[in-house]
Design a protein around this ligand. Sequence first.
Ligand SMILES: Cc1cc2nc3c(=O)[nH]c(=O)nc-3n(C[C@H](O)[C@H](O)[C@H](O)COP(=O)(O)O)c2cc1C
Length: 175
Amino acid sequence: MEFKELIKDRRSVRNYSEAVPHDDLVSILDDARMAPSWKNSQTYRCYAVEDPEKIAAFREAALPSFNQKNSANAAYIVSTFVKDIAGFNEGAPVNEPGNCWGAYDLGLHDAYLLLSARSHGYDTLIMGLRDAAAIKKLLSIPENEEIMSVIAVGKRAAEPAFRPRKELEEVVKFF
Ligand SMILES: Cc1cc2nc3c(=O)[nH]c(=O)nc-3n(C[C@H](O)[C@H](O)[C@H](O)COP(=O)(O)O)c2cc1C
């Protein structure tokens, strides 16, 4: 698929027929590792939930009911970053965003992940509405990691609608 087409074809999917198989998920996660990061610090971390019983327990504990419904039949990736590294020097933030740089790097990583998933023929849904404390406990995520999103990955069951974007002039200024 041509890159522009891939970008347009990537949509948030809220209706899945099946979860991504393990080998494809590994390949997608492997692609995502190629994202750039602050001083190549690679502070992104992923927790993949693929076992059907674990998926059921995860959905129940971690997601509000509308996100459970939107991601039914998919597998899940919890994406986190290790705090106090990206944007930090000798334990102190180097400039005003502080740990936002870790979130920035994770966002780049996750964007690669979404596009790789689409290029493998799968779809995704980023879910920012999730219970971080429940996820931390369920997956034994260390205290020094910030949980950001849960990403559903699976096959689309129906064609998703395109969500309109602002005009370029609204979001870009040329000087
Ligand atoms: C940080 C972030 C958090 C999001 N959280 C949710 C969510 O909890 N539930 C949901 O259904 N969609 C969620 N979305 C999906 C957005 O609603 C979606 O990306 C946006 O409407 C644009 O649609 P598109 O992804 O199909 O282009 C989230 C997206 C992002 C980037």
